[in-house]
Design a protein around this ligand. Structure first.
Ligand code: PEP
Ligand code: MG
Length: 588
């Protein structure tokens, strides 16, 4: 058996060792089979039956999942059932059968190709990945065109590592919730695919973007999936197995220790209280985030709502999500960021023209202030959810005070509309802005007079301040959160905001890196918002140190000239005093 290693993206940490189970892949037909006119009607019936069978199956799977892992994971199936109800998809399929006089297989294949093209033109990774939901639903209908033959023997219950070209969301939900999946390795996918989200919340190690692993392994091959370092090792020799068994043990011990951290107080050794918060995209992520130790939702990226349907979301669509968020997190705070789309994150239903330089274009609040009707719908829904008492409004990509003034006028108008209708809301709902454009950072002393709080979006702030595209691998060597200029800028934002009595958080990836988080703590930062999986690690780092020591070390580090010198200095000086602050090996 051939031994080889493949690098991918680790989307759910941990190590698993076991046997491969390959999953079958459905390929849509490339052949158009013509039908005589008298066979069109029966063909439409055949399609209709397949759709009905799919609905029955999905409802059954949804119930199964709800029983096994709870409501929060059955939402994927709920979304699929809604897609099946969607008249436009069905009409589309029927029209192709009638007009092209063809079989349903061809119609499904055409519709699939159309959606695929549409989604591929979206540059934002999160949105692009929702294509798999459509593929999932169409695949299910496709399979159901044939009446069910004798039911295939269910997979046996022994523990396996799933290897697939792409795991469709409903398949992922069903398979991963069975409890016998040790790990997942997939050709396709990225950080925000459903499989990744689900694997993380079920604690199943997963590596995606492996390109061709599904073609290179066979059922029964022995593999190691290292979700921490994003690697898969197929048929390893004994020495490598041993190495990974010990790595797994070390990692599992560290996880156990981290898990305990979730219930401990978020406080440094000398009693400085800090708040770990979660960045999420789905309301279903709230509970898992809280169980990892989040003390609120620091950033709800509301863009995802636009994926729920191919048309624009209504006020009720927005509201049901925000109130679910607020209720689940209450009494902890929920910072709802108004949509950050446009530019890179283009969506077909918004009909934004292609821009020559999207990162500097009509994005986020700029777009909301152009389409104020859409913006007001979102504001109204957020305000209605604020009746729960724990909701705050967060505005992305603010560049100038005029924008804040305009937002306040719109907010005022929306509040008046709600008052007239006697709808309850929190009249003094906090209004905050993201600091991600250098111009906003440079006039923080003026902004403190305009808004209630700030959230520093370092992902964008670093890209704009250093002029380094955050997703361009050719310049990624220049993308440095610890660049002295970034640290000076971030320090001045935190200090100025706090001096003015304004709350400030960091919600970019920087807050999830232990060394950077310690530097931010040294600046006096209290609110650290990040992808929930990193919370235990950061909480452990911050709990292991004395603020006094960190402040001194960071002050000294600020005299150094390069990001590398700063990093080395902080690690060395902090580990001398607090050797348990973080692991420096490749374990995490
Ligand atoms: C940021 O820019 O740091 C941020 C948190 O926003 P996003 O990553 O969604 O652009
Ligand atoms: Mg941003």
């Amino acid at each position: 058996m051939e031994y080889f290693r493949l690098k991918g993206i680790g989307v759910s940490p941990g190590i698993a060792i076991g046997e491969v189970q390959l999953t079958e892949r459905v390929i849509f037909t490339q052949r158009k089979e013509a039908l005589s006119p008298d066979r069109i009607e029966p063909e439409l019936q055949r399609l209709s039956k397949a759709i009905e069978r799919t609905k029955t199956q999905l409802s059954r799977v949804k119930d199964q999942i709800r029983k096994k892992v709870g409501d929060e994971h059955s939402f994927i199936l709920e979304a699929h059932l809604l897609m099946l109800e969607d008249k436009s998809m069905r009409t589309n399929l029927e029209k192709i059968i009638e007009e092209e006089e063809c079989r349903s297989e061809w119609a499904l294949s055409r519709v699939h190709a159309k959606y695929k093209r549409l989604f591929e033109s979206i540059s934002d990774e999160y949105f692009r990945q929702r294509e798999s939901d459509i593929t999932d639903v169409l695949t299910k209908i496709y399979r159901n065109l044939e009446a069910p033959r004798h039911k295939k023997k269910m997979d046996d219950e022994s523990e396996r590592i799933i290897v697939a070209h792409d795991l469709l969301p409903s398949e992922a939900a069903l398979r991963l919730s069975r409890g016998n999946v040790l790990a997942v390795a997939i050709d396709m996918g990225g950080q925000t695919s459903h499989t990744a989200i689900l694997a993380r919340s079920l604690n199943i190690p997963a590596v995606v973007a492996l390109r061709n692993i599904s073609q290179r392994v066979r059922n029964g091959d022995y593999i190691i999936v290292d979700g921490t370092d994003g690697e898969v090792i197929v048929n390893p020799p004994l020495a490598i197995r041993k190495e990974f068994f010990s790595k797994k043990e070390k990692y599992d011990d560290y996880r156990k220790e981290l898990k305990k951290t979730a219930k401990l107080k978020s406080e440094t050794l000398d009693g400085f209280r800090f708040y770990p918060l979660a960045n999420i995209e789905l309301p279903e992520e709230v509970k898992p985030a809280l169980s990892l130790g989040a003390e609120g939702i620091g950033l709800f990226r509301s863009e995802f709502i636009y994926l729920q349907s191919t048309s624009l979301p209504s006020e009720e669509d927005h509201y049901s999500i925000y109130s679910q968020l607020a209720k689940t997190a209450a009494p902890l705070p929920v910072y709802i960021r108004t949509v950050d789309i446009g530019g890179e994150k283009n969506l077909p239903q918004l009909k934004i023209e292609k821009e020559p330089n999207p990162a500097l274009g009509l994005r986020a609040i700029r777009l909301s202030l152009r389409d104020t009707d859409l913006f007001k719908i979102q504001l109204k829904a957020i305000l209605r959810a604020s009746a729960h008492g724990n909701v705050k409004i967060l505005i992305p990509m603010v560049t100038e005070i005029e924008e804040v003034e305009e937002i306040k006028i719109l907010l005022h108008e929306v509040k008046n509309e709600l008052r007239k209708k006697r709808i309850r809301f929190a009249a003094n709902i906090p209004l905050g802005v993201m600091i991600e454009v250098p111009a906003a950072a440079a006039m923080i002393d003026l902004l403190v007079k305009e808004v209630d709080y700030f959230s520093i979006g370092t992902n964008d702030l670093i890209q704009y301040y250093l002029a380094v595209d955050r997703s361009n691998e050719f310049v990624s060597y220049l993308y440095k959160p610890l660049h002295p200029s970034i640290l000076r800028l971030v320090r001045s934002i935190i200090e100025t905001a706090q001096r003015a009595g304004r709350e400030v958080a960091v919600c970019g990836e920087m807050a999830a890196d232990p060394v950077a988080a310690l530097v931010l703590l040294g600046f006096g930062l209290k609110n650290f918002s990040m992808n929930p999986i990193f919370i235990p690690k950061i909480k452990k780092a911050l709990r292991s140190v004395e603020l006094k020591t960190v402040k001194r070390v960071v002050r000294e580090a600020m005299n150094l000239k390069t990001a590398q010198e700063i990093e080395e200095y902080v690690i060395e000086k902090i580990l001398v005093k607090h050797p348990n602050a973080f692991l420096t090996s490749t374990i995490l």
